[in-house]
Design a protein around this ligand. Structure first.
Ligand code: TA6
Length: 286
């Protein structure tokens, strides 16, 4: 494995066919695949890695890593009008440009940039900038600028796969009274407070952008805070769906849960020419 030191805390490496940035500073270690600007490891000092990656992941290019934080952009899930478009947008399988912008002993910041030309799926030219700040916490800011001539409704999510010790013992805490769309049934329901998972779950939750806590993962709980987001996706494939997923082992549904900071469903954002929007997420051990 060839490794090139890019700065005191960043090494350029490869896993199989993927180019990967390895970050190690006094506060944390992290790994980011350049294809998709895909964070797939974040391990605070003296803690376990907060992120799940399937043991079946081969790190070949051309398909999103099964785990970590896929960047679903500039649409989430199925394209709003073109069912044949790739699921979860274009960015997660494209190479992003990157620049190390902060390199200190306790914090490393890398800015990833992606230019989306207008095409059959995207009605206007867009610029995406993902700032990844690795320190005591993981701070990610996904900023989109409409640099084209037409408006666009973007939906997006930082599709975070959290490692959990046992899904049966996992709680997702912090929901105010809010509504969610169950994507499996197409029905809307209300929730409040704490959610546990005991079956396939695929919910798009319209909330207030409040902090969330995921417990029973690793030895410590994880707190997610957001800005620019009033929706989250909660997903676990459970037993049957797990058997159909690429790069995923049948039992791994017990070791992960996705809680995805986003702008999804009713929380999609209209960007007129010249307008921008930032989706910001911070993960910290609670
Ligand atoms: O975020 C939940 C979801 O939209 C599920 O419906 C499931 O499709 C999951 O994303 C994984 O999608 P992927 O394309 O990464 O296999």
């Amino acid at each position: 494995m060839q490794e090139t030191s890019l700065s005191p805390t960043v090494v350029l490496s490869t896993i199989n066919q993927r180019q990967v940035l390895r970050v190690a500073n006094e506060q944390a270690c992290a790994s980011i695949a350049i294809e998709g600007a895909h964070v797939f490891e974040f391990q605070p000092a003296n803690q376990d890695n907060l992120l799940f990656v399937s043991r079946a992941e081969s790190f070949e290019t051309g398909e999103a890593i099964r785990g970590g934080i896929p960047v679903c952009w500039p649409w989430f899930g199925t394209h709003p009008s073109m069912p044949d478009a790739p699921s979860h947008g274009t960015a997660r399988t494209q190479n992003w440009d990157y620049q190390i912008t902060v390199d200190e002993s306790d914090r490393t910041e890398i800015v990833f940039r992606f230019h989306q030309a207008q095409n059959e799926f995207v009605p206007t030219e867009l610029k995406a900038e993902l700032t990844v700040s690795i320190g005591k916490t993981l701070l990610m800011s996904l900023s989109t600028e409409n640099v084209g001539e037409s408006p666009i409704q973007i939906s997006q999510a930082l599709h975070t796969y959290f490692r959990v010790t046992d899904i049966a013992e996992t709680q997702v805490q912090g929901f105010p009274p809010c509504r969610y769309l169950d994507k499996l049934s197409g029905q809307s329901h209300e929730i409040k407070g704490t959610v546990t998972i005991d079956q396939e779950t695929d919910w798009v939750i319209q909330d207030q952008g409040q902090p969330m806590v995921i417990t029973a993962n690793n030895p410590s709980a994880v707190k997610m805070t957001r800005l620019g987001s009033r929706s989250v996706v909660l997903w676990n494939p459970w037993i049957e769906k797990s058997k159909t997923l690429s790069h995923f082992l049948p039992h791994e549904y017990q070791q992960m849960v996705c809680l995805e900071a986003g702008n999804v469903g009713e929380d999609a954002r209209l960007l007129k020419p010249g307008q921008s929007h930032a989706l910001i997420m911070e993960l910290a051990t609670a």
